[in-house]
Design a protein around this ligand. Sequence first.
Ligand code: AMP
Length: 400
Amino acid sequence: MSDIISIKDINLAGKKVFIRCDFNVPQDDFLNITDDRRIRSAIPTIRYCLDNGCSVILASHLGRPKEISSKYSLEPVAKRLARLMSKDVIMAKDVIGEDAKNKATNLKAGEILLLENLRFEKGETKNDENLAKELASFAEVYINDAFGVCHRAHSSVEAITKFFDEEHKGAGFLLQKEIDFAQNLIKYPTRPFVAVVGGSKVSGKLQALTNLLPKIDKLIIGGGMAFTFLKAQGYDIGNSLLEEGLIEEAKNILTKGKELGVKIYLPVDVIAAQTCSQEAVMKYVPIQEIPAGWMGLDIGPASGRLFREVLADAQTIWWNGPMGVFEIDKFSKGSIKMSHYISESNATTVVGGGDTADVVARARDTDEMTFISTGGGASLELIEGKELPGVKPLKAKVIE
Ligand code: AMP
């Protein structure tokens, strides 16, 4: 288990609690929330506080507003949360303005207040201490349950922790679950442990790959990043995605894998097209036969079968990154099939990254996975072995 201070270690009874949530939910053109997983994930912590006689002040960011705009208001989140909890949610008109202050001061036990989008305050992303101090003044206890932003030193994530001592700050249930899962995965995986990586860039996952190699038994590489590895092996990859500057690094990973006895698998065939669009003419080709001017946009059927074989005896599977350009139907089959193979296995299955969670949802496999991380960047940084700025201040000090 982690050494992080849990909400359960704090005497909450009757206190005013500030909970940093991650309500950064996707919305359609009419501002309807299209996926409320992040809101639902926050409920256990909120309920726990209410059951302890607390009043609860919730805060989150939503999108990347350049200025205050109703488009980025958390109002729809307040409505959805109220519906999910069958309980009123008071909405503040601002973050630390008069309305928020009044409502926070007058908040009674059992009531929920949601502040406006934290990023309406310029100081939020600058880790501004003045903003943090104002936010901290609203409550007696600080709880962080926003795993998705823990890799960022923002005011409501990092600076704010300076205004609470160890008895008055800690991690909510969601944050704790995320950290425990990532730590257990790295420290005590049941073997064989297979990592499946994909997505567009080697650069974004290089550190995670390097950190994972000594811990895993097999590595499957798909998606756009596979082509830098295929190029490193001497294949002609046509116009496929390539990070020229990382070919040497890819060679190093392949060599290191060999030294460590990690079996590494790359696609043996691809779906190729001349343009990345639904209208493009496509063909299935072995990777030896990618025509000049064409690019690989999904793994082919033979690769799918190969990867299914590789996964067959896995006891732990960690998946981050789609196998192809899954956003376009034509090139989504490889990723959808990978989701099915992983979800049908008997292994402990851990999925990280927003895109990958999206693939799993489209494949209707969400309920079949053991754990789907709510934070893309944060989950990758945990696997990379980094200490997250939002988590570090919540660690209990060891008394010698
Ligand atoms: P990442 O953010 O690195 O996990 O990358 C996710 C993105 O990778 C998705 O938007 C996919 O469309 C893209 N992707 C996956 N496979 C390929 C490919 N073969 N060529 C280009 N982009 C790809």
